[in-house]
Write a protein that binds this ligand. Structure first.
Ligand SMILES: Cc1ncc(COP(=O)(O)O)c(C=O)c1O
Length: 429
């Protein structure tokens, strides 16, 4: 038997114990548990027919088929990037109010899901001890990525209009006074239907955010970038979102816009993309070259075809209709089973996949909490503990929230899941 220890890298140690792996494992170990936790998408709306048609088209002509089955480029398939640029430009122009920034293929990098882009950007920007400013709460897997590169996160308050701008400016001021402004590299926002709260950044704050980043970049003497994570942009159920944060960066030197086809089409294809300032594009390309010198080329050809033929837009509309029903089912079940519980409240999302529920402060929701154990072991329902979604020091994290996903379950499953969860919560009130 070999008793020698592995001297793992610091990065490996920073990456230990990520909640996402635990959550995935819970799903596998307890298949009978009704999951309101998983951020997976609705199986019934996955586009099998569209994918078959697109694959047929890509493979119909020998030369094109061969090129799709060959290695691609690190930056990504040019046809896809051109379609993405057109698509992005069109969305901005048709948003209300219309924005007129034009996207070009050259500033786009295609990645393996937008998650790879987030990880590459973290690699490109952060040395250990550097700072990322985030909303409290925010997308917990990105918090794991930041931890994994040794970055510090500072969690700033948000309200029903998203990250609060005066809190952001106040924090930058504080960091300057503390001599730490030079460590600030990035401000991260999920602009549309935030994972986990479902809240979007208001139109007014989008412009302000870009202004603040530019002003403080000048003051710092080096760039403070804004990463706009728009993973849920297509999943709007009441009205299309306003122009992106990216559209306010008319000089094109401050904002990275991260997008993905995971939620609106298929997460299995793992196609994400980013629009970004050129020096960052080069950095991301260099790092990506070392990792995989290009994401799955065949999948990029499929997506190019789907965007070009208009089938993606048709499918996105169908997906919105399916999730609108589920969103309404979860909110109706919340009214039915939680409305009479004192101190319990939740956000009504206009898009995305989540309902963010707040319990009275004394009810802790974490993996080790009696509520989580009761929910999983007795009531057989699972949620994502809200504390995972808070950056900053552990002792400052709020522990009385739950992220409830309406993506996977049917409307009936959602009602049953919410009934079970309310049973668990009642025990602790
Ligand atoms: C806010 C947010 N950003 C990025 C991602 C990454 O998704 P993907 O890598 O599938 O594009 C997710 C996935 O759930 C997400 O919720």
């Amino acid at each position: 038997m070999n008793h020698s220890l592995t001297n793992f890298s610091q990065r490996r140690r920073w990456a230990a114990d990520q909640a996402i792996s635990f959550l995935m494992q819970q799903g596998v170990e307890h298949p009978h548990v009704l999951s309101l936790g998983a951020g997976l998408v609705d199986a019934a709306s996955l586009p099998v027919t569209e994918a078959i048609e697109a694959a047929r088209e890509v493979l119909a002509e020998e030369v094109r088929g061969q090129s799709a089955l060959q290695y691609g480029t690190t930056q990504g398939e040019l046809r896809l990037r051109q379609h993405l640029a057109d698509y992005q430009t069109r969305i901005e122009q048709t948003s209300a109010p219309a924005a007129h920034r034009v996207a070009v293929a050259d500033e786009i990098v295609c990645t393996t899901g937008s998650q790879q882009l987030l990880a590459l950007l973290a690699d490109a920007l952060f040395d250990p001890g550097d700072i990322c400013l985030v909303a409290a709460p925010t997308y917990f897997v990105f918090l794991g990525v930041l931890e994994g590169v040794g970055a510090r996160t500072i969690a700033l308050p948000a309200d029903e209009h998203g990250l609060r701008m005066e809190a952001l400016e106040g924090e930058l001021q504080r960091l300057e006074t503390a001599g730490e402004l030079s460590r600030v590299k990035l401000i991260y926002v999920v602009s549309e239907f935030e994972n986990p709260t479902g809240i979007s950044l208001s139109l007014e704050r989008r412009g302000q955010l870009v202004e603040i980043a530019k002003t403080w970049s000048t003051r710092r003497g080096e760039k403070i970038y804004v990463l706009e994570d728009a993973a849920y942009r297509e999943l709007h159920y009441d009205a299309p979102p306003p122009p992106s944060v990216w559209s306010f960066d008319t000089a094109g030197d401050t904002v990275i816009h991260a997008g993905t086809f995971s939620k609106s089409f298929s997460p299995g294809l793992r196609v994400g993309f980013g629009l970004m300032p050129r020096e960052l594009r080069d950095a991301v390309n260099d790092l990506k070259g070392n990792q995989d010198f290009g994401s799955a080329n065949f999948n990029q050809h499929l997506l190019a075809d789907l965007l070009g033929s208009g089938r993606f837009a048709i499918h996105a509309e169908q997906v919105r209709a399916a999730y609108r029903i589920k969103r309404d089912a979860m909110l109706a079940a919340a009214d039915e089973f939680f409305a009479d519980l004192p101190g319990v409240s939740w956000v009504h999302p206009h898009g995305g996949l989540y309902v963010w529920m707040t319990l009275p402060p004394h009810i802790v929701t974490g993996f080790d909490s009696p509520l989580f154990r009761r929910a999983v072991d007795v009531e057989q329902v699972m949620y994502v503990p809200g504390e995972l979604c808070f950056g900053g020091p552990r002792e400052q994290r709020q522990c009385n929230h739950m992220r409830l996903s309406f993506g996977v379950q049917s409307p009936e499953g959602l009602r049953e899941g919410m009934r079970r969860l309310s049973q668990a919560v009642r025990r602790f009130l």
